[in-house]
Design a binder for this molecule. Structure first.
Ligand SMILES: [Zn+2]
Length: 377
């Protein structure tokens, strides 16, 4: 991992050679990466595969592999509210690469911590939850695989349990945890799904007084859920980032600056971390230098470059996609450019974006048409 552009170019060229579906897509756009990908400016011309094509229902996920299906270890799948998950074939080595990439963020995600309390099931439970065999390979939750790679500290408290087919949360355990650490200013991490944390706090607000865990506590969310839906859990009510942070920070007595959020999706390999900004009342995500993001206009799909511009998120991956066509992915999430080169809140030099959420209604129908390239494959 030295030169992102060279590594990305090599990855795209290999994907073009190994994945017939991607080659057809490129050929239809007159793009041959060996010929047309010469400078960083050319990156915006790299054809992308929409995440909708990885959906089980699209039935071409097998054709989005770059290696024979017998060689993959599993289908990593998204948690899906509709029962139509994304299916991404991965081998051990691609998962290990994600682990290596995430390690680079460890100063942010694991400052000195003595105890972790997480709103997730234990990684193995999460991985295997509702697993099934498809084309001779098991499906496993992608989130569960990320958790597996995260290497939680010994003694971590996992609050979510599997009961029959359902995942349930042990709220009393969480209550005891916050009472035990009240006023102690210990180095703790509370991690997990936004929706579960938010619901737990709302429930506890009814039965107990707020606590003060103090300035050394990290609140690390991930996996989305801001629309009020995640897997089989649904409140039907969207939560704003501001409402989440202000509610949790005030009930637990933790500074708002200590809230971070991870943006990832099943087809992607480089996690993108955001920190909450009191000024922006939102999480500001820094695009890491081992990945690249292009924001594209919702109607024209042309790249956008100005702060305030909103559009689809395209992610270019140089690493960790050797088993599937994940070098250039367009996801139907909308994000807004905050800055092309520097975070205005913490001054870090990085493209900075806000994640707005999924497209809805008529807009979504429009993009369905735009994003559907199945007929070409
Ligand atoms: Zn920042």
């Amino acid at each position: 991992m030295n030169n992102f552009f060279q590594d990305l170019k090599e990855n795209v060229i290999n994907q073009y050679k190994q994945c017939q579906a991607y080659k057809l897509l490129c050929d239809s756009q007159g793009f041959n990466p060996s010929i047309n990908l010469n400078t960083e400016k050319d990156i915006e011309n790299i054809p992308f595969i929409a995440t909708t094509l990885f959906k089980k229902s699209a039935d071409i996920f097998k054709h989005l592999l770059r290696v024979p299906v017998e060689t993959i270890e599993k289908w990593t799948v998204s948690s899906s509210t509709s029962g139509d998950p994304s299916m991404v074939g991965r081998r051990r080595q691609e998962l290990m690469q994600i682990g290596e990439i995430n390690e680079r963020d460890k100063e942010i995600t694991r400052p000195y911590i003595v105890q972790e309390c997480v709103f997730y099931p234990e990684p193995e439970v999460m991985r295997k939850h509702k697993s099934e065999m498809i084309l001779g390979r098991p499906t496993e939750s992608y989130m569960g695989n990320l958790l597996d790679l995260f290497e939680f500290k010994e003694g971590t408290i996992f609050l979510v349990k599997e009961e029959d087919e359902d995942l349930t949360i042990d709220i009393d355990k969480f209550k005891n945890f916050i009472i035990k650490h009240d006023q102690l200013e210990e180095h703790l991490a509370i991690r997990g799904s936004t929706l579960l944390i938010f619901n737990a706090i709302k429930e506890l607000e009814e039965t107990m007084r707020p606590v003060k865990l103090g300035k050394n506590v990290l609140v690390h969310t991930g996996g989305g859920g801001w629309e009020g839906k995640k897997g089989n859990i649904s409140t039907g009510i969207a939560i704003t980032r501001q409402e989440f942070v202000e509610t949790v920070a005030s009930f637990l007595g933790i500074p708002e600056e200590n809230f971070i959020d991870g943006y990832s999706f099943t087809e992607n390999t480089c996690g993108i971390l955001g920190h909450y900004s009191k000024e922006y009342k939102d999480y500001l995500f820094h695009v890491p230098k081992w990945g690249k993001v292009i924001i594209r206009d919702i109607k024209t799909l042309k790249p956008l470059y100005n702060p305030g511009d909103r559009g689809f998120v395209q992610i270019l991956n140089a690493y960790g996609t050797d088993s599937f066509a994940g070098a250039s992915i367009l996801v139907d999430d909308i994000a807004e450019i905050v800055s092309m080169d520097q975070c205005p809140d913490c001054n870090k030099y990085a493209m900075t974006i806000k994640v707005i959420g999924r497209v809805k209604g008529a807009e979504a129908k429009g993009c369905g048409a735009t994003l559907n390239v199945r007929s070409e494959i």
